[in-house]
Design a protein around this ligand. Structure first.
Ligand SMILES: Cc1cc2nc3c(=O)[nH]c(=O)nc-3n(C[C@H](O)[C@H](O)[C@H](O)COP(=O)(O)OP(=O)(O)OC[C@H]3O[C@@H](n4cnc5c(N)ncnc54)[C@H](O)[C@@H]3O)c2cc1C
Length: 462
């Protein structure tokens, strides 16, 4: 009987287990999933507070990447999938003391409609002129990696980095455009530049090539679950073999042994034929430090940033006073601590009763580290102060919840793809070991689901 260890009970590890489950039932394999904490799901966690669904970690997944919705459907959750209310989609950027809506037609930060961008107060005339000139941008000759900031600045100037690229990436990666790799984070942009030169022309060409059929409504940008992201975990876990799930068991080390691996958690050591390490790369580095210092060093070099989300519930008066739309982003140059806030009640149905406003505020990177040691009350006070400055909200929240995630968001630095190639070579020198999680080829929930499923299939193929 082949025995497989899965280390990590977040969505990556749980998906790996789910992928192995059929073979386990057929009596072909056994697996054990080790999770250090008492609960499964990792950063997927939803609380129901005063009738509001408060997401501690991810609030949704991007619809364009199908793995998460596919998994939900396989679990019988197809009728529980909900889309973002895109008719009300509007995101503001906080610039010089006021909220300015992102102009219509921006694809990430590439303008595809002249008038809304031309009249938007979000950009200076210098940047608008750069946007026009960008249409003549020549293709880039070099193949090498660079930061997102460097690519964006070359096309549109520094203001575009500060006001759009950086805030948009902070909201997803908790990281800075100046350090994130274009080839790993925005590979499509690198490709568009290589082929067309101008990103604007490339976007328009792509749209012309694949026009949306007139009778087909656009898919919502984001998808979530009626009862929150934890619904995925709560549906998936009962489908696994309960005796295989070992919680409260941090794995301290894994060591290659004849025919496989020895996995040590607490006082217990067990032998397995294969191991799936489904942890953030930083945690994986620690486990592998003695058996492969080189692999461990490469994994440890994948940066991670910490983040804090604060969920706040308000009454009807605040809901009515808030501007329409999904929320706002704050460029670092504005000197605030908050990086973003979502008006959750506007973004998704089923999140808050009609007489409640639900806000989700986000800190990441150095903004999160700088307040990490503060009490929850002190953090809520900071959030309230900034919401007052940004939105004019003075009312006391009906409830507040603070969630801290230490080193949970991977930062794909310049050269990330080359690092992954080195990691793959080093991994192959070890017996039956696979890696899954957000440190490698995408940090979003769908990417992690794909990585967990792929890792399990790799083990089964062996
Ligand atoms: C605040 C926040 C907001 C996010 N928002 C979104 C979003 O809206 N949409 C989206 O698509 N993605 C979002 N993401 C990213 C996405 O949620 C994560 O990348 C993904 O869920 C990570 O899943 P994972 O299983 O790889 O890792 P984790 O969820 O981190 O799970 C790893 C598990 O391993 C356990 N563990 C650690 N060390 C050990 C050990 N030694 N032994 C045993 N167990 C161990 C941990 O306790 C944890 O349960 C967000 C992330 C965060 C932090």
């Amino acid at each position: 009987m082949t025995r497989i260890a899965i280390i990590g009970g977040g969505i990556s590890g749980l998906t790996a287990a789910f992928t192995l489950e059929e073979q386990r039932r057929a009596g072909e394999i056994e697996y054990s999933l080790y999770e250090s904490s008492p609960r499964l799901g990792g950063v997927l966690r939803t609380e129901n507070v005063d009738g509001c669904l408060v997401e501690a970690g991810p609030d949704s997944f991007i619809t364009e990447k199908p793995c998460a919705a596919d998994l939900c459907r396989r679990l019988g959750l197809g009728d529980q999938l909900i889309g973002s209310i895109d008719a009300d989609r509007k995101t503001y950027i906080f610039v010089r003391g006021r909220l300015i809506p992102m102009p219509d037609g921006l694809m990430f930060m590439v303008p595809t409609k002249i008038l809304p961008t031309g009249f938007s107060p979000l950009f200076s005339w210098t940047t608008k002129l750069r946007m026009a000139k960008e249409l003549l941008h020549p293709p880039r000759a070099g193949e090498g990696d660079e930061s997102v900031a460097s690519l964006v600045e070359r096309h549109y100037g520094a203001e575009m980095v500060d006001r759009l690229a950086d805030p948009l990436l902070s909201g997803v990666y908790g990281g800075e455009a100046a350090s994130l790799s274009v080839r790993a984070v925005l590979p499509r942009f690198a490709e568009m530049e290589r082929t067309y030169g101008s990103l604007g022309r490339a976007m328009l060409a792509a749209r012309e090539k694949n026009p949306r059929p007139a009778n087909k409504p656009a898919a919502p940008l984001f998808t979530s679950l009626k009862n929150g992201m934890q619904q995925l975990v709560e549906t998936l876990v009962p489908r696994l073999n309960q005796a295989s799930l070992i919680t409260n068991s941090p794995v301290q080390s894994i060591q290659p042994r004849t025919g496989g691996w020895s996995v040590s958690a607490g006082l217990r050591s067990d032998h397995f034929n294969a191991v799936i390490v489904a942890l953030p790369a930083l945690a994986a580095a620690k486990l592998l430090s003695t058996c492969s210092p080189e692999l461990s060093a490469e994994l440890a070099a994948i940066g991670y940033s910490s983040s804090i989300t604060v969920g706040l519930g308000y009454d009807r008066s605040v809901r009515e006073a808030l501007p329409p739309g999904f929320g706002f982003l704050v460029p670092r140059s504005e000197g605030k601590r908050l990086l973003a806030a979502t008006f959750v009640h506007n973004k998704f149905p089923h999140r808050a009763p009609d007489d409640r406003a639900l806000l989700r505020c986000f800190f990441a990177g150095s903004n999160a580290e700088n307040i990490w040691q503060l009490s929850d009350d002190a953090m809520v006070a900071i959030v309230r102060n900034e919401l007052q400055e940004i939105l004019g909200v003075r009312a006391a929240p009906l409830f507040a919840r603070v969630y801290k995630w230490k080193f949970a968001m991977a930062q794909y630095g310049v050269g990330h793809l080359e690092r992954l190639a080195r990691i793959e070579l080093l991994r192959q020198q070890l017996p039956a070991l696979t890696l899954a999680g957000n440190g490698y080829r995408g940090i979003g929930v769908p990417d992690c689901i794909r990585s967990g499923a792929d890792a399990a299939k790799q083990v089964l193929t062996r």
